[in-house]
Design a protein around this ligand. Sequence first.
Ligand code: ME8
Length: 536
Amino acid sequence: PRCLNDAVKPYYVTTPIFYPNSVPHIGHLYTVVVGDIFARHAKLVNPERPVYFVNGTDEHGLKIQKAAKDKGLEPLVFCDQLNVFFRDLVEKANANVTTFARTSEAKHYDSVQHLWKKMEEKGRIYKGKHEGWYSISDECFYTSAQVTEVKTDSDTIYIATETGNRVEWSEEENYKFRLSAFTEPLLAHYKAHPDSIYPPQHYMDIVSTLASGPLDDLSVSRPKSRLSWGIPVPGDDDHTIYVWIDALTTYLSASGYPWSTEQALFDNGWPPNLQVIGKDILRFHAIYFPAMLMALDLPLPQQLLSHSHWTVNQRKMSKSIGNVVNPIQAIDEFGVDVVRYYLARVGGRFKDDIDWSQSQVEKHSREIMSTLGNLYSRISSKKIQDRVAPSEVNEDLYEKHKATILAPLLAHLETLKSRYASNMEKLQVADVLDDIMATLQEANVLMTQTAPWSSSTEATVVTSVTVTIIESLRICGILLQPFIPGKAEQLLNGLSIPTNERSLTYAEVGKGPKIPTIQGGIRLFEKLKGSQETPP
Ligand code: ME8
């Protein structure tokens, strides 16, 4: 059997599990697409390596309990209804999710109770009085310092300063988790792993939080009289486990926790290689979850990618505010790959919030059409293909062309794979796409400069140019698979690339067919309604 120290363990990537309190929006699609890019990238690097990609719905807690009540439904019935929209999103996004987890599942219930009992056995949980401001919308407590008083005409209300959501005062007997004990171990962990949170700003925020003194212990249960929709505390039915403890445990339960052996832990891919989250839930993933794992002596996730938010008129797109863009509508209008491309190219820097704009999607749609779609249709046109005689490549002349007309394109192409690999390693998704697009643009320039369709272009030049452009399409097609899987497949099929020659290994000049064949008449992108097609 494989042991923990040798072979590469399965690749495990997670996204948050979403609250099904309303239908999904672009922000959810974005997170799923980012997760899928890395899941597909892992397969591209090593097609033999198992890849686990977990997504799902976070169904317990006050927020859902309240949303269901408002609709006059039982919470589970309510979740069953909304759940469908999240599953549908994953499917429409063409995301290779391997487990769609629901916290209302029996398997998850057992995992959470097991985890609780283990923490209790290890003396990490105690009963105590808790007072603080609770936000149902954020599902967490705030201290008085984190709350702002707001006077309205008729009333005085309190809101969480960070999120602007309503809070209410509560004093209760709760179970508490000794989070304070993990302040130092967490700090030491982060100091030893500077790449464990990306982008670096978020890493620094977490380190400075930890360095500023011991964390408060965390309230991890609510009285059942307040919260009935959740998993009961083992041995104490009067208390319900706090929804975030429940939700975070999904990453474990979806990976088979509790494992019977160390080998089973490894085979299931634990720990996650990458956890994709929005910056709104950084603290839960960078502090609470690793502390829980430390309390259980389990290995910690390797990397957190904490991305920025999509906004509408500079306000965070949010189910609670209702200022949302419907992702299904966007997919139906532009096609899934164009939307994926836009989200990754514009959202692939992860640092700054981005305002969703229809005209920007259109602009990017035109960009990929004119750069990739047009290149394909031009090079596969009958006019050019009739003039190409790849079997008659004149080696001497080809060498000469490589050093002259082909040189700028080859310069991009020869190092593209290594730049791709290093940018992906650094989670620099936008840079990967910039680079691939720049290469394809260079190929378009070569095409325009040498005009291989024209009878005045020398036949040997036509052949050299065509062979090199097809090579560019092949390599870019391989590298685009994680981003636009549908179009990349269509492209590679059009180039007759065997399916077992589409991994990263083949993304190198000369690793393709000696004599390329390209099918004509393939239209990679439908033109947008009302837009002009760029003439060949
Ligand atoms: O927080 N821009 O669920 P949630 C970008 N159930 N991403 C966004 C976004 C936006 N405007 N809005 C939401 C929860 N997201 C918990 C998570 S995990 C154990 C439990 C994405 O439905 C982003 O990934 O509020 C964010 O972190 C997540 O959806 C929050 O989804």
